[in-house]
Design a protein around this ligand. Structure first.
Ligand SMILES: [Zn+2]
Length: 552
């Protein structure tokens, strides 16, 4: 007997052997048992998931000598003919090559003849979406009222290309992509039957390559069997598939997380020298980092990753101490270079650049930290709101003055409590210049409000470290008031800066009008904004700097 490829040799012959499509096979079995079989079925799903196989088993079930039965005997004439592909009453038509209206008309003509020796005439049209619109229209009438002895089974990978008028006349069953583990298990059974030794890692590698298609997986297994002598090793499979070994991917990600750029570049170089296709390696790497990003989301997300348990465990341990931000940054950079890898004459360089960039860019702040920062800022800006929200709840009597004092005291003294914006600023050893002067003004406003109002009209400059020149703008009354308090101001300056400071006053009574006044006001507002505790806090939290201040 000639050699049969695994996909044919191990093709399921009854519904229970079909891997991982129970939602479809169970419905069909129930329908057959109950005698409620629709006259047109449509199987959709990615390639290699079992559409044609299920269609053939369905044909057997309907035409079996023991049937119609959900468990065809696989021994009678009808079953045997279908298994061997020469059934007289089951017609397998390739929609891609028989897509014209004439061919459909011919088919329609033949429908009226009774089956040769079976119960039904069954038409299995594969790739049905390839039929022309005229062909579909020719089929429409027949599909609506077919002869009682005729059944249609359509299979397609692209159901959206089928006209709605056809879809609405069929019972649709969607076959799913098959899980990695289910494909591996099936291959393991075949290897056992064929007495071939192959390790789990190798089977997983083949299953991953198949991308959910059992037929692809079995074809690859055929290929591997043909190339190997004796036990099949993982590195041979990796070489045959042209894919990177999983071990290499894990080593590379470990080096990335350890921020060992030299090691990362050396590994890329090794892959390159081994002759692996860079685009292929890039795809493996991208899906590796994608899986890790999903695993980083937590235990609930793990089921989204179609990987063997030991790899999931390994990934979990690798990403445990890696920040979300870094992982996302790596994935983002990898994703961005897809066009470069695809079109570049230097795909290796493009891949190296990703990691160089990753290590050079500053670590991004995580959203969590940003939110924490914003919360902190809000509490600085509105401490009263926060306090009141903490004290929500019924109160039988208004708080006593003692309680209020205690609260305000605890607010001022508790180290974790941010200072109130309107409290006396605590800028000990403030730097000279605008920040110091601003502190002085705020102190004075808190202590002697009228004098503070006068100081707001002054312009301060520090020509020397211990000398403050104060230009008092306004009338004589203002100047005298400031002059009277010069000693007091010197003391505050000394207290705040930690140095003795001499104040020299000059009067500036020739106010030339609104323009000058406006300019001074703007300057003052800008200085105020710069030294505002909230702004300073924000700059520190987000590690930023003030670029421009606009008065609005
Ligand atoms: Zn049978």
């Amino acid at each position: 007997m000639s050699y049969l490829v695994f996909a044919r040799k191990y093709r399921p012959q009854n519904f229970d052997e079909v891997v991982q499509q129970e939602h479809v096979t169970r419905t069909l079995k129930n329908a057959i048992s109950a005698g409620r079989v629709p006259h047109a079925l449509l199987f959709t799903g990615p390639r290699g998931t079992g559409k044609t196989t299920v269609a053939r088993i369905f044909a057997k079930a309907m035409n079996c000598a023991q049937g119609p039965t959900p468990t065809p005997c696989n021994a009678c004439r009808s079953c045997d003919e279908i298994t061997n592909g020469h059934a007289a009453d089951v017609f397998e038509i390739d929609g891609a090559s028989n897509n014209s209206v004439d061919q459909v008309r011919e088919l329609r003509e033949n429908l009226k003849y009774m089956p040769a020796h079976s119960r039904h005439k069954i038409y299995i049209i594969d790739e049905v979406h390839m039929l022309s619109l005229a062909a579909f229209n020719a089929l429409l009438k027949t599909l609506e009222e077919p002869p009682a002895h005729v059944l249609f089974v359509f299979a397609t990978t692209d159901p959206h290309k089928i006209p709605v008028t056809i879809l609405s006349r069929c019972q649709r069953h969607d076959l799913r992509r098959i899980d990695l583990s289910a494909i591996s298990d099936q291959m393991r059974r075949i290897c056992d039957q064929e007495s071939v030794v192959i390790d789990d890692a190798g089977l997983t590698m083949i299953a991953r390559e198949a991308g959910g298609s059992m037929r692809d997986a079995l074809s690859l297994l055929d290929h591997v069997f043909a190339c190997a002598e004796g036990p099949i090793k993982t590195d041979l499979i990796a070489e045959l598939l042209g894919s990177a070994e999983r071990r290499q991917l894990f080593e590379l990600s470990a080096a990335v997380f350890a921020r060992d750029i030299a090691q990362v570049l050396a590994m890329i170089d090794t892959v390159w020298r081994r002759g692996l296709e860079m685009k292929r390696f890039y795809c493996d790497l991208l899906s590796h980092f994608q899986s890790m990003a999903i695993i980083k989301l937590g235990d609930k997300a793990v089921r989204l990753v179609d990987l063997p348990a030991h790899e999931i465990k390994q990934m979990q341990s690798q990403v445990r101490d890696v920040s979300d931000g870094f992982l996302t940054q790596a994935l983002d950079l990898l994703f961005q270079i897809e066009p470069s890898i695809k079109w570049s004459a230097q795909p290796k360089l493009a891949l190296e650049m990703v990691f160089l960039k990753l290590f050079q860019s500053p670590p991004a702040l995580s959203v969590e930290n940003l939110i924490k920062g914003l919360d902190q800022l809000r509490s600085v800006a509105h401490p009263a709101e926060r306090t009141s929200s903490q004290e929500m709840g019924p109160r039988e009597s208004p708080p006593s003055s003692q309680e209020q004092e205690d609260q305000s005291l605890s607010r001022q003294t508790a180290p974790t409590e941010p200072a109130r914006a309107d409290a006396r600023p605590s800028c000990v050893a403030a730097p000279l210049g605008a920040p110091l002067w601003d502190c002085v003004v705020r102190h004075v406003i808190a202590d002697k409000p009228p004098l503070g109002a006068f100081l707001n009209k002054c312009r301060a400059s520090f020509p020397e470290e211990t000398r403050l020149e104060l230009e008092v703008c306004g009338n004589d009354f203002t100047f005298k008031n400031v002059q009277k308090n010069a000693d007091y101001l010197e003391k505050i300056c000394a207290d705040l800066s930690g140095k003795p400071i001499k104040i020299v006053l000059t009067a500036n009574c020739e106010d030339t009008g609104g323009k000058r006044k406006e300019k001074m006001k703007t300057e003052r507002l800008k200085q105020k904004a710069l030294t505002d505790p909230l702004v300073m806090e924000a700059v520190e939290l987000f590690r930023g700097k003030v670029v421009d201040i606009k008065v609005i």
